[in-house]
Ligand binder design. Sequence first.
Ligand code: EPU
Length: 419
Amino acid sequence: MRKLVINGGKPLKGEVTISGAKNSTVALIPAAIIAEEPVVLEGVPDIQDVAALIEILNDFNVKTEYIDGTLTIDPTEMKSIPMPKGKIQSMRASYYFMGATLAKFGEGVVGLPGGCFLGPRPIDQHLKGFKALGANVVDHDGAIYLSTDEEGLVGTKIYMDVVSVGATINVLLAAVRAKGKTIIENAAREPEIIDVVTLLNKMGANIKGAGTSMIRVEGVERLHGCSHTIIPDRIEAGTYLSVAAAVGEGVRVKNVIFEHLESLIAKMDEMGVKMEVGEDDIYVYPSTNLKAVNIKTMPYPGFATDLQQTITPLFMKANGTAMIVDTIYPKRVGHVPELNRMGAHGKVIEDIITFEGPTPLVGAEVAASDLRAGAGLVVAGLMAEGTTKISNIEHILRGYSNIVEKLQALGADITMIEE
Ligand code: EPU
């Protein structure tokens, strides 16, 4: 089993460059298969989720080439192969193959998603959207069976009962080749949705309104090849901003889009973290005398659920009681008991998380319950006196490109070991 070993308490200094966004990439890759020609994605992060998606593409008879962050996806000989079990279940985002295979073949069989356990993660809104477009949807033995009648998919108006990134993207994928117009109301507005729509439009789709809560899609007959550069990962950027505020002695986080990070920056500002925002970078000054704040996660542009676990260690450097309410995933609390093993005073009462600070952290053996909890433990490990050993790091490697190398370059004492 691989583990991360961190000897904490060392000040970090220098620059770190943010990779392409994981949550865009895992949608862009399935989106690319709808084209009838090769699609080139630039800035693809070197993460386990990408490796898993490439294997799934190859199982679909899609040719791929991945060199230095450039992924070429050639779907010209893709086959409609049912995938009720196996690799496809290894990651949650493989649910995007539902929308993508519906668009390409008018059918598909996709095993139900795995991924991080953050409490219940239903996909009812995805399925509601497919049905509204005229697909037949059967949920059987852990897989979703999708088919269409002779008429194929037909555009319609779909109101999303909850604001969902996954459902918005999945229904968009299905709708790009549907006959006529589809309108998605109460759509999610995350930057990753705009990124997927940018790719689809470059492929010849006709989509308007991405980034607002109403997206309109005019179906087209075919999609062609193109090339596209993925947006920077705002969650990875947010994680390194927390690292910089926690243990930095002057750290520049490069390749960021400030607008995507406004809710996090506002909170860090409220805590007293000193930052300087450049054109596409953010410089974080050494931080002392931080103040505890309250955080409520919301759909974009609210505070991202994916950043609540990674900012939490900063509360150990802050005076007062910090309170976190995660309205997206109220059960996303896996980091709390592990941080407590390191000396934190965290409580979870009726899904409300509180931390008392300041609290010195000490190294301990801890386990990553999910991707962002794991990243939070890395931040805590860098802060702690002594050695922290993190297990279950597969979660972390699913989503953070070269995390060990990037932190080492900043001066961190972190290694990956096999135990
Ligand atoms: N929801 C439903 N029904 C649905 C879909 C969602 O009730 O059909 C609920 C969910 O239970 C949740 C809320 O709607 O309470 C929002 O979920 P959403 O569908 O937006 O989440 P997702 O698309 O499954 C993506 C990211 C997550 C991120 C969430 C929220 C990807 C691959 N995953 O998940 O990222 O937390 O949006 O922003 O894009 C991560 O990166 O660590 C991660 C978990």
